[in-house]
Write a protein of this length. Structure first.
Length: 91
């Protein structure tokens, strides 16, 4: 399976929305970072540079963080379904 398909694949009917959540997180994070950096430095250029580095790295980390949590939730749901099926067959 290609890496791109792994990250963008729709997991189930609702999907995990990790890419959408990552984009909205990035917009929010860049806005907050720029505002704080600009208020601290008073310089638009420095504020912009600071706002580009840390949020960009953090946004990538957040995307993978979301993928890990979505995978964990799917595993738990699969285990729960498996246990429920075993209960029905033994009853």
């Amino acid at each position: 399976m290609s890496v791109l398909k792994l990250f963008l694949h729709d997991h189930g009917r609702e999907g995990d929305n990790s890419l959408t959540k990552t984009v909205t997180f990035a917009i929010t994070h860049f806005t907050v970072a720029f505002t704080v950096a600009f208020l601290l430095t008073g310089d638009i250029l420095i504020g912009s540079l600071i706002a580009m580095v840390e949020p960009a790295i953090n946004t990538v980390a957040y995307f993978f963080h979301e993928k890990i949590w979505a995978s964990r939730a799917r595993r738990r749901q699969a285990q729960s379904t498996s246990y429920d099926q075993q209960s029905v067959t033994t009853a």
